[in-house]
Design a protein around this ligand. Structure first.
Ligand code: GTP
Ligand code: MG
Length: 224
């Protein structure tokens, strides 16, 4: 049937990760983007969850697989448990949304630590967007936009302020990250290795997709 594409028919699969302190709104950004839902009383995430959403960029179907976990404080027990899943969480990610809460300055102060953890576990050229969430709470703002912008520029991050509550900029933030990844991947496709190899290059660095299992099996290789 013309125009019909089954749910699992996509050109690219991109894994994104959500990181940032507990309570900044990661899970609500995810549910707003993938289901257009918001929960004012959401519980802290337990373990790892993920959701997917497909969108069209440049005539291609891009399927985003977005991973979400708790940003809770690191108790000794937690560190032990967390270390075991950290590398799996980041493995194969080609984009990250690093979220802080514009009403809690401490969550912005911790961004540098999150960024270090991200850099320690991912390809150096992963597309990263810093997100100041809860922009609807204007009267409570504790992090100035200019400060976050300056930080982003220093660290070569994209930056946006969002509200999962009002849906402001949520779609734009995810779409921008995915578009930037797509730009990198499609540029490489044009430049070339047409040997059908299952790897994808982000600005020159190569991720061996073969090792990433089914999650990334089609990333960057199969513009069918
Ligand atoms: N006003 C406002 N509240 C928000 C927004 N986003 C999330 N919240 C609220 O903030 C609280 C925490 O949101 P979550 O999405 O659970 O935060 P999280 O980052 O997933 O937290 P962890 O899973 O513990 O890491 C909830 O009460 C949400 O309703 C927002 O944009 N505006
Ligand atoms: Mg959560």
């Amino acid at each position: 049937m013309a125009g019909y594409r089954p749910e699992d028919d996509y050109d690219y699969l991109f894994k994104l990760v959500l990181i940032g302190d507990s309570g900044v709104g990661k899970s609500n950004l995810l549910s707003r983007f993938t289901k257009n839902e918001f929960n004012l009383e959401s519980k802290s995430t337990i373990g790892v969850e993920f959701a997917t959403k497909s969108l069209s960029i440049d005539g291609k179907v891009i399927k985003a697989q977005i991973w979400d976990t708790a940003g809770q404080e690191r108790s000794v027990f937690y560190i032990f448990r967390y270390r075991a899943i950290t590398s799996a969480y980041y493995r194969g990610a080609v984009g990250a949304l690093l979220v802080y809460d514009v009403t809690r300055h401490s969550t912005f102060e911790n961004v540098a630590r999150w960024l270090k953890e991200l850099r320690d576990h991912t390809d150096p050229n992963i597309v990263v967007m810093l997100i100041g969430n809860k922009s609807d709470l204007r009267h409570l703002v504790a992090v100035q936009t200019e400060d976050a912008k300056a930080f982003s520029e220093r660290e070569s991050l994209y930056f946006m302020e969002t509200s999962a509550l009002t849906a402001t900029n949520v779609e734009s933030a995810f779409t921008e990250v995915l578009s930037q990844i797509y730009k990198i991947v499609s540029k490489r496709a044009v430049e070339g290795s047409s040997d059908g190899s299952t790897s994808v290059s982000l600005k020159g660095e190569t991720i061996d997709v073969k090792q990433e299992g089914s999650v990334l099996k089609r990333m960057g290789c199969c513009s069918s």
